[in-house]
Write a protein that binds this ligand. Sequence first.
Ligand code: SAH
Length: 395
Amino acid sequence: MTRVVLERGRERSLLRRHPWVFSGAIADVQGGPAPGDTVEVVAANGLVLGRGAFSPRSQIAVRMWTFDPDEAVDGALLRSRLERALATREPVAPEDEPAGRRLVNAESDGLPGIVVDRYGDHLVCQFLSAGAERWKGEVVQSLEELLSPAGITERSDSDVRQKEGLGPATGLLRGTEPPERVEIREREVRYLVDVRHGHKTGFYLDQRENRARVASHAAGRSVLNAFAYTGGFGVAALAAGAASLTNVESSAPLLAHLADHVALNGLDPARVESVEGNAFSVLRAFRAEERRFDLVVLDPPKFAESRSRIEAAARGYKDVNLLACQLLAPGGLLATFSCSGLLPTELFQKIVADAALDAGRDARILSRMSQAPDHVVSLAFPEGSYLKGLLCRVW
Ligand code: SAH
């Protein structure tokens, strides 16, 4: 039997069903498990805590599959976890199809390292850990049986695979190839998702509800959409009646994709301006030109990739939020986000407060935002909650 024996006292987090065993918590590895193998996890006093996937190269040396010492880790267990993940989520109303939804949210659904997103009839999966990689075949089989998708595509090309000693893996796993761009809709807005090359599995599904919320404030306003990607927020705002839309994005192909979204939704391209460049310098240039906007959306990429980067990340968020506050017309709205899970929500709020203060602006929170509910958060795994946002009125 392959076993991992913990240092004294290090069982505490597992007794609270937190799914990670850090390498520093391990006293002994027995039976020579290979990467991805199932190991029994045992407290120093001999208490069996459950079973997990062994990953010797990662700082997270074991990711737990089960906290039940009697439960075997096999295809049946994975299938029941998948069934539970599907049953956890609210069904999608027929009028909301074709939908983009997260069906499986890794650790938060008891399936460490496994992400499954649905874009219409197609599934896009990520297998991000050694254990996830080991059970890929069983997971794909169950997904096919449970959901009968047109096709299942793999996008295991996230950098986190390297920490597990795994290279990238992409391509069709089952069924038919997805179209070059898969159409989804959010409320009345249509988007095209490039599931082969887009970020993550193709779209920032976590911002779905926030796009709708921001759009509900957009009518008649001039909107600045910084870090635009393919225009999620901006196109929703324009469809909701924004007077004008200015997008800032460092990638030119993404801005071309954004223009396709404007056309697809029958919106007026004359109301859209797209600026390719670094948002920090573009916003600074706008400030120098004394441009003003009624609604500014800031949805930057993850600035804090590791604990050691939190301070630098905080400076980045402060800078860009300061610029946004300076660009807002009196009474304008700031929708500002951070997807850095390592940055605490209170610290993010403080950064935005400091930015408003430095800009000499008086700001108050209209609403707090987080990730869409299909990106479920397990109470045992608070790390699963990473996206935070503030909608502020800025005077
Ligand atoms: N709001 C988008 C998602 C934004 S993701 C949506 O709802 O779909 C962040 C985007 O910022 C990415 O498209 C990335 O290419 C872009 N980006 C990263 N660094 C940037 C920078 N310094 N300046 C401008 N854009 C940047």
